[in-house]
Design a protein around this ligand. Sequence first.
Ligand code: SF4
Length: 55
Amino acid sequence: MAKDVLCEVNNCQFWAQGNLCSADSIYVVSHTGETAENSRGTDCKTFEPIEETLS
Ligand code: SF4
């Protein structure tokens, strides 16, 4: 199991200082089914954008 997840997506609700992911677990999916050619063919499905407060 992955113990520490590093992530650069700093507009995700789970992102924390130091490029850390604070989610209990993450779900990674492929763009094209159940296999991927390389890392560019994968995505974090757990991503949730930070909700911007409109003022
Ligand atoms: S949930 Fe995914 S996109 Fe969000 S911080 Fe964690 S690894 Fe990054």
